[in-house]
Write a protein that binds this ligand. Structure first.
Ligand code: PEP
Ligand code: MG
Length: 585
């Protein structure tokens, strides 16, 4: 038995066999071919190099259009590597001399180069390793490979991997895979958010462990505590099975809360909304008792594919959500691509700090055609039911005004064609960048509503990458600096009579949710499966107590102090099984 621990990012318990996805090492196994096929294999390689080269050309042109020639030039460096005669000769030599597949030759040679660059240690050369990986991936795809290949039987398995991107996570078959565990990753990354949305227990940042796992190992994954046990002893296994059963019983009990309001004992009504990434999650949200959709992350329609969705496809998805909502409000967020959400159809520029770079609304405003098409589809869907449009990551008033003008302009054009929304389409912005909160009084008159994206707000307030396990301890929702910003935003919004909600993950954990309620937030948007847990806690506490605790928290000096304060408050109030589970968090 081997016990590891990491960061629990998606609650739940799973017991299953190991399914290893080794992305750092070789996914391409050595495949030998007959000596007679070597010439054909070289021709196949030649064809793939041409295709990959055309792809890189297209990427270069798109990147140059969006972000200027300097950025486009990055892809020309990839092109040089792809067409380098020395590299090409090495691939062909391997195919002819060792009778191996083109895929193996490509991976093996490029991996050798990457290793050599890594060992030289210079930062500039280490950066080139990612360029090599990009060229390798493009070429392997041109050879007919798919970016993510899970080999082995996924039924009842726990996926173990070095890392998973949000797009890859979204494509996992949740009916077969029971959960996942990765060597790296951070608590606020989108991979974690997608896992929660899919109800997949997950633990990240366990450190290097894949080399210690046998393919027939049995794995216990505890998405509450971050424990991962490999080949458990029989008593440990039995104990986990019991814990798993009682967790299921608690879920059934929570299900009964679906139709009761989230209201504190002294009558403060909290509106619970759902965060979704895909239209079908809306139904899950309503089944869990959500009163509307508070955040639809539309960018997931763009992930994991090479061509962007056209207007019709977007419209169909948006209409689907509106139809499922049956008259409840739906907040559609415009594209939030970039950083850890990269879409094949939108050029990924290589930046040294992508989280501070061309992402989110900044990317949308640089691509007016893509942005306008999305706005048009959202407005058209608003003819079927109440839709609100929300912009992510606004940092300046100029960005807000520019994005808002585009919505007004598209609405005017549609009106001339006879379009009528079911209800007035409200347009709002997310508060994720501290600058927007500091300057909120300059925005507030012209916005219809605001929603605090605490995931990014924590990242930008604490200057800590939300996906980086090395600084995960600084990614602290309880930090008083974060709480003071939230309180400041609530004061400005309340003063102007504008609705304010929180749609970041702070809404989904009962302890931080209680704090938000005390800070004056009355609308919380959380992943569907978090809604009943938060509701259950809200119904056992007093608003007055929450306010008192929040006031004390605002005066604390650090996150640990605030966490202790909130946990000791909840410990004194929650006595049932759900409360016990909540307090374990
Ligand atoms: C946030 O940042 O809190 C948020 C809701 O947006 P996302 O997690 O998609 O960045
Ligand atoms: Mg965000």
């Amino acid at each position: 038995m081997l016990e590891l621990s990491g960061i629990a990012v998606s609650p739940g318990m799973a017991i299953g066999k190991a399914l290893i996805l080794d992305r750092e090492g070789y996914r391409i196994t050595r495949t030998e071919i007959s000596p007679h096929d070597c010439e054909n294999e070289c021709k196949r390689l030649d064809q793939a190099v041409r295709e990959a080269s055309a792809q890189l050309d297209a990427r270069q042109a798109r990147a140059a259009e969006v972000a200027g020639q300097r950025v486009g030039a990055i892809f020309s460096a990839h092109q040089q590597l792809l067409l380098d005669p020395v590299v090409r000769a090495e691939w062909e030599r391997l195919i002819r001399e060792q009778c191996v597949s083109a895929e193996y030759a490509v991976s093996s040679v490029l991996n050798r180069f990457a290793q050599a660059f890594r060992q030289l240690g210079s930062e500039m050369l280490v950066e080139r390793v990612n360029d090599i990986r990009d060229v390798e991936q493009t070429l392997l795809e041109a050879l007919g490979g798919t970016p993510l290949q899970i080999c082995g039987d996924a039924d009842g398995a726990i996926l173990l991997s070095h890392d998973l991107t949000p797009g890859e996570t979204a494509r996992l078959d949740a009916d077969r895979i029971l959960g996942f565990c990765t060597e790296v990753g951070g608590p606020g990354a989108h991979t974690a958010i997608v896992a929660r949305g899919m109800n997949l227990p997950a633990v990240v940042a366990v450190g290097a462990f894949l080399h210690r796992i046998r393919s027939d190992s049995l794995i216990i994954l505890d998405g509450f505590t971050g424990r991962v046990i490999i080949d458990p002893d029989p008593e440990v296994l039995a104990e986990f099975r019991r814990a798993q059963m009682s967790h299921r019983d608690r879920s059934v009990a929570l299900g009964r809360l679906r139709d009761v309001p989230a209201e504190t004992l002294d009558g403060r009504r909290v509106t619970m909304l759902a965060n979704i990434e895909f239209p079908n999650e809306a139904t899950a949200g309503f089944l869990h008792g959500a009163e509307g959709i508070g955040l639809y992350r539309t960018e997931f329609l763009y992930l994991g594919r090479d061509d962007p969705p056209g207007l019709d496809e977007q419209l169909a998805a948006y209409r689907d959500v509106v139809a499922r909502a049956e008259g409840r409000p739906v907040v559609m967020r415009t594209l939030d691509l970039g950083a850890d959400k990269l879409a094949g159809s939108i050029p990924a520029v290589t930046e040294s700090n992508p989280v501070l770079g061309l992402r989110s609304i900044r990317l949308s405003l640089r691509q007016p055609d893509v942005f306008r098409k999305q706005i048009r589809a959202m407005l058209q869907a608003a003819a079927d039911g109440p839709v609100k449009i929300m912009f992510p990551m606004i940092a300046t008033v100029a960005e807000w005004e520019c994005a808002r003008r585009i919505v007004d302009d598209e609405a005017e054009q549609l009106s001339r064609q006879g379009w009528q929304p079911a209800e007035h389409v409200e347009v709002g912005m997310m508060l994720e960048v501290p600058a927007a909160i500091v300057l909120l009084d300059r925005f507030i008159e012209s916005v219809d509503f605001v929603s605090i994206g605490t995931n990014d707000l924590i990242q930008y307030t604490m200057a800590v990458d939300r996906g980086n396990e090395w600084v995960a301890d600084l990614y602290a929702p309880f930090d008083p600096a974060v709480l003071r910003l939230i309180r400041a935003a609530v004061e400005v919004a309340d003063g102007a009579g504008k609705p304010i909600s929180v749609c970041g993950e702070m809404s989904s954990s009962p302890d931080t949710a209680a704090l938000l309620i005390g800070l004056g937030v009355a609308t919380l948007s959380a992943p569907p499966n978090a809604v009943p847990r938060v509701k259950s806690v809200v119904r056992q506490i007093q608003f007055d107590d929450c306010r008192r605790v929040a006031q004390q928290a605002l005066q604390c000096a650090g996150a640990d102090q605030v966490r202790d304060l909130v946990h000791s408050f909840l410990r004194s109030k929650l006595s049932d099984d759900v409360g016990q589970e909540v307090l374990q968090l």
